[in-house]
Design a binder for this molecule. Structure first.
Ligand SMILES: [Zn+2]
Length: 218
């Protein structure tokens, strides 16, 4: 049944990049775009960071479009397909996620929203059997307005009231977001979680270490 629904769903979808409706894969890409996006496969992150694609502003528009357009899609099997890709990549790099790891999505802009960081985290949780915890929330603008810029960065996130430091202490954390740019969000999450020793960041795309990268095909 699941398979049939998936087939029907995919037959109604268009490619996240070019809009084509021909042979859309479970990653929501047409065969051409699926090949094209491989040029932006992200290969050289350390073991603490894993992302599928490298995002180069003004150049890798396929990556931006795919990440942006994925936001409107809420079918779990799409996120499961992206989770599978991340887990495959982790395996290649011999990254091991221990069973005590907690999967924590980047908190949504509005508390209670289920955005795609949430869906991706849920998919990774389903595939690994690790617990999904909506452990973080954004600090309200009201609380932040009297702080300096540096203080604001530090305090932009806090533990959700349902979670205590004890609940997360000593556990591995896998922080999931759609895209990592400056790393400020991941850093705020790490601080809010009590600076855990084992902290992995998994994203669909990343924009770090660009300067060192060789030019890629457009
Ligand atoms: Zn396409």
């Amino acid at each position: 049944m699941q398979r049939v629904l998936q087939k029907i769903y995919l037959s109604l979808q268009s490619c996240l990049n070019c809009g084509s409706q021909v042979r859309i894969s479970e990653l929501l890409l047409c065969p051409d775009c699926q090949e094209k996006i491989l040029f932006y496969s992200d290969q050289d992150q350390g073991i603490d960071r894993l992302s599928l694609y490298t995002w180069i502003p003004n150049r890798s528009s396929i990556v931006s479009r795919v990440v942006m357009n994925l936001k409107g899609h809420h079918y779990m099997f799409v996120y499961l397909a992206y989770a599978d890709l991340l887990l495959e990549r982790a395996k290649q790099k011999e990254i091991r996620i221990s069973a005590d790891t907690i999967i924590v999505p980047a908190p949504p802009r509005r508390t209670g929203d289920r955005d795609h960081a949430h869906h991706l985290a849920e998919a990774i949780s389903l595939r690994t059997g690790c617990v999904l915890a909506l452990a973080l929330e954004r600090e309200s603008a009201e609380m932040q307005k009297n702080l300096s810029r540096q203080e604001r960065q530090k305090s932009q996130m806090k533990l959700h009231e349902k979670f205590t430091q004890d609940a997360v202490r000593g556990r591995g954390i896998l922080f999931v977001d759609d895209i990592i740019t400056t790393g400020a969000t991941a850093r705020a999450a790490w601080l809010a979680l009590g600076s855990p020793k084992r902290f992995h960041i998994w994203t669909l795309a990343n924009r770090s270490s660009l300067a060192e990268k060789p030019p890629l095909l457009v």
